[in-house]
Design a protein around this ligand. Structure first.
Ligand code: TYD
Length: 351
């Protein structure tokens, strides 16, 4: 298979490319990535070494109109779209960028897929489009109404609707995956788990938003990649597939678990102001992909966390470099000012 992966220098996209090249020795991957702040600068080189001759990197934006003509004669079999702005806190501060990339970018890519011969288009989405669950609600199935709360979630929901509309209007072979919170190596340390691990390694405080009893449903990134691959190979066009390891847990419990695993004190935990419109609970029912495509997660939370913690321990240079620049600049300039006026604990976290 000759595939075009967008956003392949980001966290999930890079894991997917690695998985795909390793598991399909005949495959070819073109990685199109604009290299935003969250891209791994060394990823193009790493993937080239892994699969010399079968991998090509192109630095371009997914909303670039010239992509349509570019892709026309390249004989891709499918496009898998990972390219997105993904951090909820950033979307609150800068929603325009999220609409540009996550909505306009996807609209452009749908046209690219049609121009390239109406090829299969797998759009990687998120459980956040369903909005927040109440404590006793059942986990979300694919057909419940979308109810996004953050600009990030709304931008992803918009893209999902555009993708479904294209499937219906243009008979386009579009498939959507919606996954829960991912974790694993190479995740940018602005998301909860890598931020927690990195802060703990430096004995810095861990900022817990609100009461810390929000629930997220956790999945190891490689299990997610296997799910996307199952959808790419065997999914039905026009369908949505939830991907979840049924790993619901409260933030505070996850934080304590990781601190214990690392031998760090729980006194690092610092309660800070809450995120505006913070979703209380996410939980996904993934029976459809399990029954229809035979997918199931392989990595337990325990095992995945251990691998992740070990990776951050061994790769201090990577996350220090990554957050030494963009992370500090961003949080000091924006987060502190806008979310936590007068809350000295946020300052402490960033010091
Ligand atoms: P995050 O990793 O940003 O993912 P998402 O918002 O997409 O679920 O956050 C996961 C949860 O952890 C979410 O409930 C917000 C919370 N959180 C904190 O309590 N402190 C933090 O520093 C961060 C980044 C997140």
């Amino acid at each position: 298979m000759n595939i075009l992966v967008t956003g392949g220098c980001g966290f999930i996209g890079s894991h997917f490319i690695e998985y795909f090249l390793k598991n399909y020795p005949e495959s070819k991957v073109t990685n199109l990535d604009v290299l935003t702040y969250a891209a791994h600068p060394d990823m193009p080189k790493h993937l080239e070494i892994l699969a010399s001759g079968r991998y090509l990197f192109i630095q371009k934006d997914i909303s670039d109109p010239s992509l349509k003509a570019w892709a026309k004669n390249l004989k891709f079999d499918a496009i898998i779209n990972f390219a997105a702005e993904t951090h909820v806190d950033r979307s609150i501060l800068d929603p325009d960028t999220f609409v540009r990339t996550n909505v306009m970018g996807v609209q452009n890519l749908l046209a690219v897929a049609r121009e390239a011969g109406n090829i299969r288009f797998v759009h990687v989405s998120t459980d956040e489009v369903y909005g927040s669950l109440k404590p006793n609600d059942p986990p979300c199935i694919e057909t419940i109404a979308l109810d996004p709360n953050s600009p990030y979630a709304a931008s992803k929901a918009s893209a999902d609707l555009l993708a479904l509309a294209s499937a219906r209007t243009y008979k386009q072979p579009v498939l959507i995956t919606r996954c829960t919170n991912n974790y694993g190596p190479y995740q940018f340390p602005e998301k909860l788990l890598p931020l927690l691990i990195a802060n703990a390694l430096e004995d810095k405080t861990i900022p817990v938003y609100g009461d810390g009893k929000q629930v997220r449903d956790w999945i190891y990134v490689v299990d997610h990649c296997r799910g996307i691959d199952a959808v790419l190979q065997k999914g039905r066009s026009g369908e949505i597939y939830n991907i979840s390891a049924s790993g619901e847990a409260q933030n505070i419990d996850v934080i304590k678990k990781v601190l214990n695993m690392m031998g760090k004190s729980e006194s690092l935990i610092t309660y800070v102001g809450d995120r505006p419109a913070h979703d209380r609970r996410y939980g996904l029912d993934s029976s459809k992909i399990r029954k229809e495509l035979g997918w199931e997660p392989k990595t337990s939370f325990e095992e995945g966390l251990r691998t992740t913690v070990d990776w951050y321990l061994k790769n201090t240079e990577w996350w220090k470099k990554v957050r030494g620049t963009e992370y500090l600049k961003y949080y000091q300039a924006n987060y502190e000012k806008k979310f936590s006026s007068g809350n000295p604990k946020i300052k402490e976290v960033n010091s």
